[in-house]
Each structure stands twice: as C-alpha cells, then as structure tokens.
Design a binder for this molecule. Structure first.
Ligand SMILES: Nc1ncnc2c1ncn2[C@@H]1O[C@H](COP(=O)(O)OP(=O)(O)OP(=O)(O)O)[C@@H](O)[C@H]1O
Ligand SMILES: [Mg+2]
Length: 112
C-alpha cells in the first residue's frame, strides 16, 4: 500500500475529488494547512524589501491506496493540477506498513 499526500491550492479540492471519485477510491482525509515551498511564500517582493517566510493557505489531501493504483493516480492528479505557475503544489508518496479497519478487524489491503 502507498500513502499519497497532495499539498496544493485550496481551490483545487474539487478537481482532486473528481479524479478520486472516477478512480474508485473512497477513502480520503483533507486538512487545511499552512505552508510554503521554494519561494518561501512570497507572491511578490514589496519595494525590494525581503520579507521573512510567509505561510500560505494550502490543502493537504491524504489517501492510502493499493500499490497498483498509486502510479496512475499520481499521474492523473499531476496532469489535472499543473498550471505551470509557481505554487502548483507537491505530491509525496510513502510506503504504508499496514492498515486496520476497526469495525471488522480486517488488515492490509482488505482494510482499505
Ligand atoms: N520540501 C517540502 N516539505 C514539506 N512540504 C513542502 C515541501 N515543498 C513544498 N511543500 C508544501 O507544498 C506546498 C506547495 O509547494 P510549492 O508548490 O510552492 O513548491 P515549490 O517547491 O515552491 O514549487 P514551485 O516553484 O512550483 O512553487 C507548500 O506550501 C508546502 O506546504
Ligand atoms: Mg512555491
């Protein structure tokens, strides 16, 4: 199993939901977060003055999927979210050791 963590602009949530819905993935966790990347959150430089790190509002979408689904999903999300502008976001992919579905006691992929 893989955990896919997408951090991107808040207005991209509907796009992500559409992709997940059509892909048969039904578990997701969404958080409102603050973050910055390479530009340290700067949208512009004010009168040439360097400002300190600025945290911008972002959404973080986390989902755990079967191994075979991870690649196509990451590909689809990347294509959908790419505008070519700075701040398009990032996707981090993690190995998941195990999962437990509390109601049934199922473990591993059956727990998803
Ligand atoms: N290395 C990182 N570690 C943790 N979170 C990160 C990292 N890079 C980016 N993020 C998160 O992703 C969000 C979006 O990052 P962003 O797309 O601006 O990355 P970037 O590297 O600056 O790329 P770009 O130059 O396209 O803007 C950030 O606000 C932050 O929350
Ligand atoms: Mg950036």
């Amino acid at each position: 199993m893989k955990k896919i963590e997408i951090i991107t602009r808040p207005d991209k949530l509907e796009d992500i939901k559409e992709i997940l819905d059509s892909g048969g993935q039904f578990g997701m966790t969404v958080s409102m977060v603050s973050g910055c990347g390479l530009q340290k959150g700067r949208k512009q430089i004010y009168r040439g003055a360097e400002v300190t790190i600025n945290l911008l509002p972002k959404i973080k979408v986390e989902l755990v999927v079967k191994d075979g689904m991870a690649g196509p999903l990451v590909e689809a999300i990347t294509q959908r979210l790419r505008t070519g502008e700075i701040g398009d976001g990032k996707i981090f992919i993690y190995e998941v050791l195990d999962a437990v579905k509390i109601r049934t006691g199922e473990i591993g992929e059956s727990a998803l």
